[in-house]
Unconditional design. Structure first.
Ligand code: FAD
Ligand code: SF4
Length: 330
């Protein structure tokens, strides 16, 4: 058995000092991902700094209509928050589509953003994996890759980011507040997670030892017209095979503004900017929704076992936007 030390932090700066000052240290949120990976020997921290007692546990509606969410807010509390349900329904729907009630009661916002990939080879210390052990190779390239990426992957790693919540936050232009050893800053969520390139072991643009302190969602009045659609192998308690978060603002029958993000297709939540661009100013029709999805998915490079994801994401995009357009006319 490998022993580790445990410390319950009460001050964010103290937590960062402790983690940055030790080479094998990790923050502990709800533990629903990290503890599993410790049991599998995938992660072997010598020091765990528990962040759940930090004063980061509140959801604060801002006077301009935006929202600040503390990093230790539990996923279930965030999903149920009345302002989130009313003003950012895409976020509530994404959260409720994830995991199970018990897991959501434990999982924190910070931990959800930093949960690790579900690639089976990453979780199996007996198999080569560049993400877990740089330079050993990628077992998934010619192995089980049905659940893995179709966009933005490299020959070093074809893993996907598994979070549903992060996809909704990408569509909402959220910003991640971090406290790094050199101080505090904000990182746009769409730039927070990295594409794998030749360093899949580096997963975010945050400095080593950085602590997520919160997430800020800017005011977006038309985000009341937003939703999340997730396709998965089972009706509940399963990770996404593909998902779409969308926000739609119509002017008559024309698309005035639209935000689209895809989940389970890349190493990070995938903001579909080409599809958005193709739709602005266009009639809100199923045909145009499909053409916009085609525009985004032209860059897709399916792996041997996941070609189905291209049509899955295409169809999810059309259905999700059509639902929002239909709701706007009611
Ligand atoms: C059976 C099962 C099914 C699931 N299904 C889904 C699903 O369908 N969709 C989905 O999105 N998720 C799913 N999950 C994943 C779940 O959402 C995550 O495990 C959870 O969100 C992680 O949050 P946590 O607080 O428990 O993180 P932890 O396990 O505590 O931490 C995860 C990582 O984040 C780091 N960390 C934690 N907090 C901070 C912080 N504030 N700053 C910096 N680093 C931090 C930790 O060091 C660790 O590396 C599932 C999990 C399980 C076990
Ligand atoms: S896809 Fe990434 S996580 Fe999976 S085996 Fe390859 S390198 Fe490892």
């Amino acid at each position: 058995m490998r022993t580790f030390r445990y410390h319950r932090a009460t001050d964010p700066a103290e937590a960062v000092r402790m983690v940055a000052g030790e080479s094998e240290a990790a923050y502990l949120g709800g533990g629903t991902n990290l503890v599993d990976l410790m049991k599998l020997s995938v992660q072997r921290p010598r020091l765990l700094v528990d962040v759940t007692r930090l004063p980061l546990g509140s959801v604060e509606p801002l006077s301009d209509g935006g929202l600040r969410i503390g990093a230790t807010v539990r996923n279930s509390d965030l999903a149920a928050h009345p302002v989130v349900r009313r003003d950012f329904p895409v976020l509530t729907r994404a959260l409720l589509a994830a995991a199970s009630g018990q897991l959501r009661n434990m999982a924190t916002v910070g931990g959800n953003l930093l949960q690790r990939t579900r690639c089976v080879y990453f979780q199996d210390v007996g198999k080569p994996c560049n993400k877990r052990e740089p330079g050993t190779g990628c077992s998934a390239l010619e192995g089980q890759n049905r659940d893995l990426a179709i966009l933005g992957w490299s020959t070093s790693c074809v893993a996907t980011h598994p979070s549903d919540m992060a996809v909704a936050l990408a569509a909402l232009d959220a910003r991640v507040e971090v406290l790094e050893p050199d101080g505090a800053r904000e990182i746009p969520l769409t730039e927070f997670h990295r594409l794998p390139g030749d360093r899949p072991d580096l997963e975010t643009t945050m400095a080593p030892g950085g602590l997520i302190t919160g997430v800020r969602i800017p005011a977006l009045p038309y985000a009341r017209h937003s939703t999340y659609r997730k396709a998965r192998d089972r009706a509940s308690f399963a990770f996404a095979a593909g998902s779409v978060a969308a926000v739609l603002d119509l002017d008559g029958g024309l698309v005035r503004e639209v935000r689209i993000a895809y989940g389970a297709v890349a190493h990070r939540p995938w903001r579909a900017r080409l599809a958005e661009e193709a739709l602005r100013g266009q009639p809100a029709t199923m045909e145009n929704f499909g053409l916009a999805a085609d525009e985004e998915l032209a860059a897709a490079r399916p792996l041997p076992n996941n070609g189905f994801k291209v049509s899955l994401i295409h169809n999810l995009t059309v259905r999700t936007l059509a639902d929002l357009a239909e709701a706007a006319t009611r």
